[in-house]
Design a binder for this molecule. Sequence first.
Ligand code: SF4
Length: 216
Amino acid sequence: MTPAEKLAKIHELLLEKYGKPEIGDKDPLSILIKTILSQNTSDLNRDRAYDALMAKFGGNFEKIMEADVAEIEEAIKVGGLAKQKAATIKRTLKWVKENFGKFDLTELCDDPEAEKKLTSIKGVGIKTARVTLLFGCQHDSFPIDTHIYRVLKRTGVIPQNASREKAHTIVDELITPKIADVLHLNIIRLGREICHARKPKCEICPIAAICDYRKA
Ligand code: SF4
């Protein structure tokens, strides 16, 4: 089985197991801010941090951009790494205002250089950019987080020595169009529920039959 066939099979098997996950927020700017907040924390604490930020500044991105980093930091502390995230959020909002004249990223969705532009913001990495473009712009853009990186290496879709950055370009060559959102969410679910970093539960894994780690 080639890596591309394996990836397609993983999609099929996870679809059978989990179905199509619900896709929530579709506004690219709020997805970008939420994804910055999601670093090294649970979805629950990411959402708490985002809600607290919106509550403190009345949902007004202009006010957040103008606030001191310390004020933003205070609002989002529940999500951890608050100082770093607060600085990235302020920087990002400034960038959005400077480039689009308003707090709206929908114009960016039509830009073929969108990923490059987003990753030019200090603190916004390739995963964050791609999450924004996948869910906020419906681009065929596959983001690789820590769970996906682990599952793709264990199954043998990507080589063991591929860096996270390189993994993105490898998967771009393998993935079938129009499946990135469902595949992304379903592999994350597999990583959280079954393919744990320390003790993967291979005996109940729906993709065990095609997994190199399981075979070994
Ligand atoms: S078989 Fe085991 S190692 Fe392979 S994906 Fe499933 S849980 Fe992970």
